[in-house]
Design a protein around this ligand. Structure first.
Ligand code: NDP
Length: 307
């Protein structure tokens, strides 16, 4: 049908104020307003973070996240609902966050910040701190996130090895492996960084075997989705010293339960699924939404279409 009413669903407030996006899009030749769950029914299209059953009645859903694993993809396809995602906007933000984790591990900043909160003047052991040039990062998933990570880490002198479904090279990476050969690059890397979408093929991709394959002085980083990693196996590997540490932005259960051992483990950095946060997020998402409203107006195919 014709696009007349676009709703900005309140669930986006986990990332930015819904009113900011509505105001940003207010010059479009359609009605744009903030809607609660009940208000979805009055919309032709909805920008949302969360899935609601009422969304089956709209023509087009735009997800403010790149990962659409929380949406019922097959059922939406059957009902003829279009779904677009926000891939393409998180390369620099997540790249800088991952660089921050690596710099913290190398320069021991996480330890020193933790000591400082307890007013303890405590230096690293003489052989703990290192610098990044000459280290190698294996980046598993070479899309927007993976390339953004490789780009920022490359500028810090880190050697970058990509892993994707094929071994076709990409300019951001010094080397490329296909996923079937995953154990080769993770066995030599100083840092293993996960940036794949959660799909049936990637669920549980990192489990005991993978942590065994990694070096005992290597760090593991997950900025993708919690379920790509067997969290129990990761905790076991950290506790046994099979790997040196981890920086985790995503978890099997979010928020990370207070009882999780991950909060307390040495050399584990926990961040609250905020790797892509930026005050420009509503503008970046708004750019994709605006482009698609214009495409619908011209009768063109949607960009970033998943379903
Ligand atoms: P893209 O679609 O741009 O990239 C995904 C990449 O993963 C592709 O390059 C693809 O490479 C690769 N890939 C897909 N399936 C497999 C597989 N089975 N084995 C190996 N590689 C695979 O997505 P984004 O980079 O934008 O986002 C990736 C994920 O990161 C999102 O789905 C989301 O879950 C998460 N994310 C997390 C954020 C956070 O705040 N922490 C922010 C944004 C995203 P190829 O096609 O060449 O195989």
């Amino acid at each position: 049908g014709k696009l007349e009413r676009l709703g900005v669903q309140e669930s986006v407030e986990a990332i930015f104020p819904p009113s900011e996006l509505a105001a940003f899009l207010s010059d479009l030749p359609i009605d744009v307003s903030v809607v609660d769950e009940a208000g979805i029914a009055d919309c032709d299209a909805v920008v949302t973070r969360n899935h609601f059953d009422a969304l089956f009645e709209v023509d087009w859903i735009h997800s403010t996240q790149a990962g659409v694993d929380r949406f019922p993809l097959e059922a939406l396809a059957e009902d003829g609902v279009a779904l677009t995602n926000s891939t393409g906007i998180h390369g620099r933000t997540v790249g800088e966050t991952v660089a921050g984790y690596l710099l913290a591990f190398a320069r021991r900043l996480h330890d020193q910040i933790a000591s400082a909160t307890e007013r303890r003047w405590e230096r690293p052991a003489w052989d703990e701190a290192f610098t990044l040039p000459g280290t190698t990062a294996c980046v598993v998933g070479t899309g927007t996130l993976g390339r953004g990570v490789a780009d920022v880490l490359g500028s810090l002198g880190v050697e970058t090895v990509g892993v994707r479904r094929s071994d076709d090279p990409l300019p951001e990476f010094d080397e490329m492996y296909a996923i079937e050969a995953l154990h080769e690059p993770i066995a030599t890397a100083d840092f293993v960084i996960v940036t794949v979408p959660l799909t049936e093929a990637t669920r549980g991709l990192f489990a005991a075997t993978e942590f065994d394959a990694m070096r005992s002085d290597a760090y593991f980083v997950n900025v993708a989705r919690g379920a790509v990693v067997d969290e129990r196996a990761l905790i076991d590997a950290l506790e046994a010293g099979d790997i040196a540490g981890a920086a985790l932005d995503v978890f099997e259960t979010e928020p990370l339960p207070e009882t999780s051992p991950l909060w307390e483990l040495d050399d584990v950095i926990v961040t609250p699924h905020a790797a892509a946060y930026t005050r420009d997020y509503f503008r970046d998402v708004g750019g994709i939404v605006r482009e698609n409203v214009e495409r619908i107006g011209r009768g063109d195919d949607l960009t970033n279409r998943v379903v």
